[in-house]
Design a protein. Structure first.
Length: 150
């Protein structure tokens, strides 16, 4: 399992491990930040929910996969909504999702467009309004100098 999660693992090794019968190993591959978009895309449709979730949260997940999976199960939509590389039009669509957890994922997404956050500020759920406000507020009060100070 260590090889599956190592950022120094060769791409060919990760490709082989993506077909491992052990779902825990496939999930580690799906979460690996150096995993290729092609392998992440393959794992995004894995039969195991934990593998799919890891793939949908991976920053290497292709935009087309995120777009397609945004119509999937509640958990799939939630993981798509939380991915910072999720395309703005997908976040916009998911901000209207009937499931509050999915909308909350959009509200907490650091890449959520301001217009979408603005809409979520009027969401019927107070937790979502709060998350959208915190997200918007943190952007307005983060300057490049502050980020460098870490």
């Amino acid at each position: 399992m260590e090889v599956a999660q190592s950022v120094s693992s060769p791409h060919q090794t990760l490709e082989l491990l993506a077909r491992d019968p052990n779902s825990a190993i496939r999930a580690q591959v799906a979460a690996n930040s150096v995993c290729s978009p092609a392998v992440v895309g393959l794992l995004s449709s894995d039969r195991d929910i934990w593998v799919r979730q890891a793939a949908l949260r991976n920053l290497s997940c292709p935009a087309a996969i995120l777009d397609g999976m945004s119509g999937g199960s509640q958990r799939d939509r939630w993981n798509v909504a939380r991915n910072p590389v999720c395309p703005p039009h997908v976040l916009e669509r998911l901000s209207l999702d009937p499931d509050r957890l999915v909308r909350r994922g959009v509200a907490t997404n650091i890449s959520c467009p301001d217009t979408t956050l603005g809409r979520l500020l009027s969401d019927p759920d107070p937790d979502i309004r709060c998350e959208a406000l915190v997200n918007r507020h943190s952007r307005q009060h983060t300057s490049p100098a502050r980020e460098a100070d870490g």
